[in-house]
Design a protein around this ligand. Structure first.
Ligand code: PHE
Length: 484
């Protein structure tokens, strides 16, 4: 299965990339220099980065946040943030990676020793995300098996989802299966096969999603959902909408956790950063918006006008979609549901592998361990860390802070606290420590950077200031200092 020597660079796996980034860091210490290879084409780069970006964040998380934070107003806020903050931060991270030729842990250190801590902070985030990401991946696996085994009708029942996540061992089992599959793939280095397969399966997922959306929109009541989703209601706007959208932006675009820095370190100097970022953004946001358009109207169609499921949170996709599939009858619904959840499972798996690779490389780098041992440590650690998230919906549901389940807490900690902090510090680092010009020169290596002025102003003033305001006010709100 290993075709290392025959493959073009553009099809390098995340494994090779992270492995090399570690080598790169070590060679700095030993004084040896090692040539980094990279993506040969821009298309290769865009596809690989989009592959990491598109995952459960788009299909599962975006729709439920949109439902929770007021529909259209969330969508509008998200798009506004994506074309401003998202664009600027992704350009910055990729340029930082390409400039330094190093992964996050080393990139900051390389430019300024005192800022090495920011690389470490970046590294913590995937360690927090991977376990709970895998718990959701496990839920997807469970639904795939349910539909495959002809129990799709039961899955459309009202309490099916809640009973499943509340059961003590089932979600744990599926979580363990999901993370074990990711681990085996990482351990045996067969990511290339997975990445190749996903290039066929991802478009299939998009086509299926479009088909299900069109079908759902023929159902009575669904257009109320479309209205809710697309028409902004400004009365529903609050700082929480902005924080929710910002955290989602980072999560979905794999920003503020060093991943795009690593990808950037493999980008060829002759490829254009600016246009690549536009493409990744369109791809990622497009799939998220489409998923919302599929799921929210579906929730309306089956609610008789009062879609309580909209407040369902993490369960929205799992509650809304089986009802749609069920209308196709036992066989049709079974096939459709199994196909859909299989494709989502794949999208989740590729993202989980990318997260796991990152964690493995951190363990290798920090403890100077072999790749195999680091993979085992990452696997066991993830299993242990995922257990509380999984049990938090059942046996440990009494454990909650401010109404958040354990999974919500991890999610909140990474997306709403740590990522904004990393993004803020990255802006300060670029704007005031290494100076914007260091990066804009890198971006302009092959042509004019059309948004240069905008980039400079955003990085130096607007992004850090806005992120600080959003972060502080929402934290004060969560911890009950005042209510917004
Ligand atoms: N961006 C991915 C998603 O939307 C999640 C992810 C984050 C994947 C970081 C890899 C790295 O699902």
């Amino acid at each position: 299965m290993d075709e290392n020597n025959t493959r073009p660079d553009s099809e390098q796996t995340t494994a090779q990339k992270t492995q090399e980034s570690v080598d790169n860091g070590q060679s700095e210490n030993t004084g040896k220099t090692k040539k980094r290879s990279g993506f040969t084409s821009k298309v290769g780069f865009v596809l690989a980065a989009a592959g990491s970006a598109v995952g459960l964040g788009n299909i599962w998380r975006f729709p439920y946040l949109a439902a929770k934070y007021g529909g259209g107003i969330f969508l509008l806020t998200y798009i506004a943030l994506a074309i401003t903050f998202g664009f600027v931060l992704m350009v910055a991270e990729i340029a930082l990676g390409r400039k330094t030729g190093a992964s996050a842990i080393n990139a900051f250190k390389k430019l300024n020793k005192k800022w090495a801590f920011l690389g470490v902070l970046c590294a913590i985030i995937p360690i927090i995300i991977l376990p709970y990401y895998s718990v959701i991946g496990g839920w997807v696996g469970k639904y795939f098996i349910t539909f495959l085994s002809g129990n799709g009708h039961a899955a459309a029942g009202d309490n099916y989802f809640n009973n499943f996540i509340a059961s003590p061992w089932q979600p744990l089992l599926f979580f363990a299966i999901f993370i074990t599959i990711a681990f085996v793939i990482v351990l045996f280095g067969v990511e290339k096969g997975v990445e190749k397969t996903s290039k066929i399966l991802m478009p299939a997922l998009v086509i299926l999603t479009i088909g299900v959306t069109i079908y759902t929109l023929t159902m009575p009541g669904s257009w109320e959902g479309v209205k809710y989703y697309l028409l902004p209601d400004f009365k529903k706007f609050s700082i929480k909408t902005v924080l929710g959208a910002l955290g989602q932006l980072f999560y979905s675009m794999s920003l503020a956790m060093g991943i795009m820095i690593t990808y950037g370190s493999y980008m060829k100097k002759e490829n254009k950063i600016e246009s690549s970022v536009h493409q990744i953004e369109v791809f990622d946001t497009g799939i998220a918006m489409l998923s919302g358009l599929m799921i929210i109207p579906a929730a309306y169609a089956f609610s008789g006008g009062s879609p309580e499921t909209l407040g369902q949170g993490p369960g929205l996709m799992f509650v809304a979609l089986p009802k749609v599939f069920d209308t196709f009858g036992a066989v049709g619904g079974g096939i459709l549901g199994a196909l859909f959840f299989a494709l989502v499972f794949f999208a989740a798996l590729t993202s989980a592998i990318s997260l796991m690779e990152t964690v493995v490389s951190i363990v290798m780098d920090k403890f100077k361990l072999s790749r195999k041992i680091s993979s085992v440590i990452t696997y066991v650690g993830t299993l242990l860390l995922g257990i509380p998230s999984s049990l938090g919906f059942g046996v440990w549901s009494a454990v909650s802070i401010k109404g958040m389940t354990i999974l919500d807490m991890f999610d909140f900690l990474s997306n709403s606290v740590l990522m904004p902090i990393v993004a803020l510090l990255t802006c300060v680092f670029i704007g005031f420590v290494v100076r914007c010009q260091t990066l804009t020169d890198e971006i302009e290596l092959n042509g004019r950077f059309r948004w240069k002025k905008f980039f400079n102003v955003m990085i130096k003033y607007i992004c850090p200031l806005c992120i600080a305001i959003i972060l502080v006010t929402s934290l004060l709100d969560v911890f009950g200092v005042f209510n917004i």
